[in-house]
Design a protein around this ligand. Sequence first.
Ligand SMILES: *Cc1c(COP(=O)(O)O)cnc(C)c1O
Length: 339
Amino acid sequence: MPARLEISTSIFRDNVRAVMARVAPGDMMLVTKDDAYGHGLEWAVREAHAVGARWIGSYDVPSALRVRALLPDVRIFAWETSSADEVAEAIRAGVDLGVGTAGYLRRVIDEAERSGRRALVHLKIDTGLHRNGIRPENWADAVTEARRAEDAGLLHVAGVWSHLAEASDDEDDAARGEFAHAVAVLRDAGGTPEHLHLTASAASWARPELRGTLSRIGAFCYGVRSADGPELDGIRPAASLRADIVDVQDDRVRIDVGALDGLPSNLAGAVLGGPDAPRILRVDGTWTELTSWAGASAGDGVTVFGGDGPSATDLAERIDTVGEEILTRVSPLVPRRYS
Ligand SMILES: *Cc1c(COP(=O)(O)O)cnc(C)c1O
């Protein structure tokens, strides 16, 4: 059998339930950017919804529309700064829009006016990450403009949000202070944001005092632990990359993942484990091999990551990246097999 990403629905459901229990009484938003971290968008949102998820964080508008086609009643949050056409479609589909610049706020207001429908907006305050977000010194002006549009029936500021750097607890605490101030400024101006969110997996799990009413979770739902972070109770990798041995030579076996099927070739040297002998990964232009072990024969299955192999994060740490990147780089040509 060619390489395949084997995805366990029951593990994913368990992870989602564990995260929802952890962040309760707050709500959980399942983050699904990059085709649900390589797991498949439709599958992920259907399964998460089946165990009670009521928010999906799609990142971009086209993905948000795919989710809306499946789930008419779920709240969907799209925070990529998007073209006027996409904004118009999102408003029509009742998608919540993350807005992090004054220019984008104006675009959303314009499209709401044109379509005659009220946009749902979550204003983003820049709490120090400087990636996207309204700077504190511009916040009052953005609030004034948003409130004016709200009074005109063009939008509802349904939320305030930000993204933590998660570099140090002190910085995150400072970000939390900035965030609380931004919410207060909006409320003083008559705003009524119901949804306050600034934490992703790691901080939502470990620092309850930073959570607002909603936690945006990707990694932990898919069972990807943080780089240099601990294993977590009740969280297991949902996906494992499996391949078969296609050829056995004296000291090595070739496995059916081409040149690692999209994974970074500098993973060469990683040890995949196994009960008998270390299986060390070797990658060249067009093939992937492992050092051999007693009894290895063509047709046997091996695990590259997940399941009984190293986790995606174990591999990622070898090359100074995060487990999410390992998952999202698995080639789309590798079939996903759900069980
Ligand atoms: C990717 C992302 C998340 C989810 O982060 P995880 O660490 O995977 O839980 C949350 N919020 C934003 C804005 C993101 O881009």
